[in-house]
Design a protein around this ligand. Sequence first.
Ligand code: 5GP
Ligand code: ZN
Length: 130
Amino acid sequence: MCIFCKIIQKEIPSSCIYEDDQVMAFLDLSQVTKGHTLVVPKKHYDNVLDCDPETLAHLIQVTQMLAKRITERCQAKGVNILTNCNEAAGQSVMHLHFHIIPRYDENDAIVIQFNESEKQDLDALKNLLQ
Ligand code: 5GP
Ligand code: ZN
């Protein structure tokens, strides 16, 4: 059983801030910023890519509701909502989770940066992807 399944089963303690029949949300141990929260489905999916659409729809609705609550109550100025899929994308726990990361100012502990990289053939990519 994965570590988040153990948290859901209450075999490992967590600071739970929301729970319903399908979803649980608990504070991330790392607290990248104050209020950093993880929202997880109770059924195990590795990540967004293998999750069934109904569960995902409910998960993102709960995530939105909690992001508003956390931003307001922590008096944050903004919030990042993100999810990593697979190790190459930075996923370290292979149980689907959305991060809610309240933002306080540009100098807080998280940096999300889109760097310039090699030029791409947009027409070829469009043909590949549409
Ligand atoms: P990922 O890197 O997979 O997107 O994020 C995994 C997150 O889970 C990390 O931010 C990490 O701090 C958090 N985490 C890992 N183990 C535990 C745990 O046992 N309890 C809690 N609350 N958070 C955890
Ligand atoms: Zn799991």
